[in-house]
Design a protein around this ligand. Structure first.
Ligand code: FMN
Length: 301
């Protein structure tokens, strides 16, 4: 099959365009390795914070017919603990590992990014868009001016490719993309989840312990496709949001994404989803007599 599925995003060469989205699986090196064996083109780590954090009390996830609302609260081991895991994953894996950096201030994000780089990450993704953790994500990355400051500082602390993960909860995602690119981002990941809520009518109370969470899965795919469409003219884009089969992945590539992130579908379909989608894409490309590189952006007008 060779070059049929190969692509490149933000300077990362990928054997296929399918990338594990941030936060969906645990962070152990053995799990990341399993994702490689399942056929992914690259993996993204869960967002790593400077210090260990417990996250929220259960319930942290609500499953709906059209998607998922989660408010995990960014549980994670902290950068010190994760460095070892990442170094081990890097020594055992061949596909690129994208380290997702978070924090409450630009300086904290930059500190985590530098240490992820030193531990072996091939690229950094700034989580500038988590919608449900106070002081993080959205709160430090939802306006062009806050993004400029954040991206500038992180850019100064790393040499590897830098991606910025954007929120769709803005009147103008393109201006967030432009602020990121002008401040040194090599690529954009679009999109993170949308703020959402679910109330149990029998219990007459919100289901999530945090009350509000982030919506992912099929419901947000059209928002992701539109975001990719708006961002692809200014940067490389990893299209993410609701991809569950090869058609969804093809749609994002046609909108201009150079690669496609997969999150919620792993929770519903398991890791087999990578092979299922890459096989489906291969058949589609052969039928259309195109490579992935030739497909990218072909559905824009
Ligand atoms: C349970 C869960 C945890 C997530 N954790 C993170 C995270 O740590 N960092 C991040 O940038 N995005 C996180 N996300 C967002 C996903 O990476 C992705 O952007 C979003 O879910 C849309 O893609 P999907 O519909 O394929 O899941 C999380 C999503 C879910 C469902």
């Amino acid at each position: 099959m060779g070059t049929l599925l190969e692509t490149e995003v933000a300077g990362l060469k990928l054997r296929n365009p399918l990338i594990l989205a941030s936060g969906i699986l645990g962070n152990s090196s053995s799990l990341l390795k399993r994702v490689e064996l399942s056929g992914a083109g690259a993996v993204t780590t869960k967002t790593i914070l400077p210090e260990p954090t417990k996250g929220y009390e259960n319930p942290v996830v609500v499953e709906l017919p059209f998607g998922l609302i989660n408010a995990m609260g960014l549980p994670n081991p902290g950068i010190k603990e994760f460095e070892r895991e990442l170094a081990e994953a890097r020594s055992e894996m061949t596909i690129p590992i994208i380290g997702s950096a978070g924090g409450g201030t630009p300086e904290e994000v930059s500190h985590v990014a530098g240490r992820l780089q030193d531990a072996g990450a091939d690229a950094i993704e700034i989580n500038a868009s988590c919608p449900h953790v106070k002081g993080h994500g959205l709160e430090i990355g939802s306006t062009p001016s806050s993004l400029r400051e954040l991206v500038n500082i992180v850019r100064g602390s790393i040499k590897i490719p830098l991606l910025v993960k954007l929120t769709p909860m803005t009147p103008n995602i393109r201006s967030l993309g432009e602020a990121s690119v002008r401040s040194g981002a090599d690529g954009l990941t679009a999109i993170n989840t949308l703020k959402a809520m679910y109330i149990d009518v029998e219990a007459m109370a919100p289901v999530l312990s945090n009350k509000v969470g982030g919506l992912s899965g099929p419901a947000i795919r059209p928002v992701a496709v539109r975001s990719i469409y708006e961002l692809a003219p200014i940067s490389d884009v990893i299209g993410t949001g609701g991809v569950k089969n090869w058609r969804d992945a093809a749609e994002m590539l046609l909108a201009g994404a150079k690669a496609v992130g997969i999150g919620t579908a792993i929770m519903t379909k398991g890791l087999e989803v990578f092979r299922e989608i890459s096989d489906g894409l291969s058949h589609y490309l052969k039928r259309k007599n195109l490579s992935v590189r030739e497909l990218i952006g072909r559905g824009r007008d």
